[in-house]
Ligand binder design. Structure first.
Ligand SMILES: Nc1ncnc2c1ncn2[C@@H]1O[C@H](COP(=O)(O)OP(=O)(O)O)[C@@H](O)[C@H]1O
Ligand SMILES: [Mg+2]
Length: 237
């Protein structure tokens, strides 16, 4: 049996601020296996981003366990967690987070230039060119992000997330800053990546896009309300 990329076991997350406690996640358990395309949806404030941050080792659970490829996240130092994030996880957010002073090419190359194991310029070129092609941005390699539309910038962000060949792409509201035409194109690109084998976990409040995933998880008030697989009719049936 292969080890799942992600195993979340009875995770709770409590945020404590000066005057209140927020129980953002309660008793969350789920697994994500290689090649899966899962969506996590639900209304604003239900805990989607918090869950994705824990899955992506950007934050830690208050109680419960998170295993990344079999490694218990609670046993990792901050440096070890950062090393796994850089090597194994590709992040895509609503804000494209591109560096305006760098070309599209150099933005995509960035994760390789900061890799723990040095990557040769020739290898970087090969990988960046491949990712530019995957997202259809080869003709824009020398442009700066500001010269691109929002949809094109998100394509570059996808290429940057892919370049280090991560085990999983974690995607949080990828279309939040895009019009509907660009949003549809970005979601089609993500779907095509999954069809070629990329493991995807997409957080969205947009039910139309959540429905594109092969497995859907619905959150409400920090709890899993239900799940559907692509061949099932409804979570409630
Ligand atoms: N850093 C934080 N400090 C305090 N409360 C937070 C923090 N991050 C999120 N929350 C709270 O946790 C709940 C879930 O937030 P979030 O995961 O961002 O929801 P979603 O992504 O589904 O909109 C909300 O009530 C939110 O206000
Ligand atoms: Mg969110």
């Amino acid at each position: 049996m292969t080890i799942p990329i992600i195993k979340v076991q009875q995770v709770d997350k409590i945020f404590s601020t000066e005057d209140m406690l927020t129980h953002a996640l309660q008793g969350i358990s789920l697994e994500i296996k290689h090649g899966e395309y899962i969506s996590i949806s639900g209304p604003s404030g239900c805990g989607k981003s918090t869950l994705l941050s824990i899955i992506g080792l950007l934050d830690f659970a208050t109680t419960g366990k998170l295993y990344f490829e079999g490694t218990d996240a609670s046993q990792l130092s901050l440096e070890q967690a950062a090393a796994i994030r850089n090597k194994k996880i590709g992040f895509i957010f609503q804000q494209f987070n591109l560096i305006d002073e760098l070309t599209v090419y150099d933005n995509i190359a960035l994760p390789l230039r900061y890799a723990t194991q040095p990557v040769s310029d020739q290898k970087i070129k090969q990988k960046v060119d491949y990712c530019l092609d995957v997202v259809g941005m080869t003709a824009r390699a020398k442009h700066n992000p500001m010269q691109l539309s929002g949809g094109q910038q998100q394509r570059v962000a996808i290429a940057r997330a892919l370049v280090a060949e991560p085990s999983i792409l974690l995607v949080d509201e990828p279309t939040g800053n895009l019009d509907s035409k660009n949003s549809d194109q970005i979601m089609a690109t993500l779907e095509a990546l999954n069809n070629q084998g990329t493991t995807l976990c997409v957080v969205t409040h947009d039910i139309r896009y959540a429905e594109m995933a092969k497995r859907k998880i619905y959150l409400l008030d920090g709890q899993i309300l239900g799940q559907t697989h692509f061949d099932q009719q409804s979570v409630f049936s």
